[in-house]
Design a protein around this ligand. Sequence first.
Ligand SMILES: *Cc1c(COP(=O)(O)O)cnc(C)c1O
Length: 404
Amino acid sequence: MQLTSQYSAANDLIALEEKYGAHNYHPLDVVIESAQGAWVTDVEGRRYLDFLAAYSAVNQGHCHPAILRAMMEQAGKVALTSRAFRNTQLPLLLRDLHDLTGFDMALPMNSGAEAVETALKAARKWGEKVKGIAKDRAEIIVGANNFHGRTISIVGFSTEPQYRDGFGPFSAGFRNVPFGDVEALRNAITPNTCAFLVEPIQGEAGIILPPAGYLREVASICRENNVLLILDEIQSGLGRTGKLFAYMHDQIAPDVLIIGKALSGGFYPVSAVLSSREVLGVFQPGDHGSTFGGNPLACAVARAALRVVVDEDLPTRSAELGAHALAKLKQIRSPHVVDVRGLGLWLAIELNVPARPFCEQIRDRGVLCKETHEKVIRIAPPLTISPGDLDWGLEKITQVIEQI
Ligand SMILES: *Cc1c(COP(=O)(O)O)cnc(C)c1O
C-alpha cells in the first residue's frame, strides 16, 4: 500500500474526510493546520480567532508552551505503563488534584464520557454498599436537556431525540427532572435514589443558567435525603465561568465532581472523577479500569495544564473578560437576537433563526464559533485571550448579526 504524503488544498482534505470518515459531525469548512494561543491558522495560511476553544478543552490557549514542554519531556521518558504497574506521574497528579480541590481522592480516566460512566458506577455501588439500596435497584436522577457524553448508557437518559434515535435499548435506573426545578427533584427522590447528576450550567443545551440559588437548594435536598450530588464540570470547570469550578459561585461543594476537557489543556484526553474516600473507596481492584487512564504522559500533561490555570489565574481573567464581553454583546441591536446570557467567558447569543449561517459569515470575517442547538451562538474563547483580540472578535460578531 502506498500512502500519499501530502495534500495541500483544503478542498482535497475535506473531500478525503467526507469520503473515508463517518459523518457524525457537520464541521465548518475551515481546515486547521496549526494554532497558538487564541489563534488558529488554516492550511491555506488564513488566521482565525478561536471562539470555541475546542468546547473549553483549550482554556489555556492552543499549544501552551509550558504544557507542550511537560508533554515532550514525559513523552521521551515513558508514555504508557498501564496500571498493572505504578508510574512516577500519577501520584503527583492525584496530590495536585487533592491540593487544588480539597477532595479526598480521584480516579483518572480519558474522555469525559468515561469519567461520567465512572461516576455513575461509583454512585450505584455506593448506593448498594453504603446506603443499603437493594441489589440492582439504585436510581440516578438527571436533568432534562443534559449533555454528559455519547455512550449508550449516557444517551439513554438524554432528552434529546437525536442523541437516542436508533441506539436503544437503554440502561434502566435513570429518571429525568426539569433542570432548574428544585421541587421536581425533591418529588423524584425515592429511598432507592443514590445520586443526582447535573451540570451546574448546561453547556451543550445552549449555556442555560439555572435560577439563582438552585445549586444551593439542590445540595441541601441531596444532603437531607442521603443522595450524592454529582456535578459534571467537564465544560464549566477549570476557570470557564469565572471561578475554578462553577459550584463555587454558590458556595457549595458536590459529593462527586467530574472534570475533563481543559484538564489537559487540549493536548491529550484526560478526565477524572473526584470524591470522598467513602464514595471512591467502593472500588476494589478489578471493579473498574482503563488501559490509558492515569498513564504517565496524561498525568504529566494534566499537572502542567492545572498549573497554568493557577499560575495565570485563568478564573479571574475569565470573570473580568466575561463581564466585559457580556456587556458588549448586550449592545447588539438586531431583531434576530432573543437573549444574551452567560457567566465568565462562556456566553450565548440566542437567535430566533438558525445560527449556522451567522457562524459561516463570522468565520469569513476571521472568527470561529459554532452554533449549538440550532439557534444559539456560543462564545467561549481560550481564557488566555488578550482583551484586544476579544474586542476584535466581538466586533466581527456584532457586525455580522447587525447586518443580517
Ligand atoms: C464534553 C462534555 C462531556 C463529554 O466529554 P467527552 O470528552 O466528549 O466524552 C460530558 N459532559 C459535559 C458537560 C461536556 O461538556
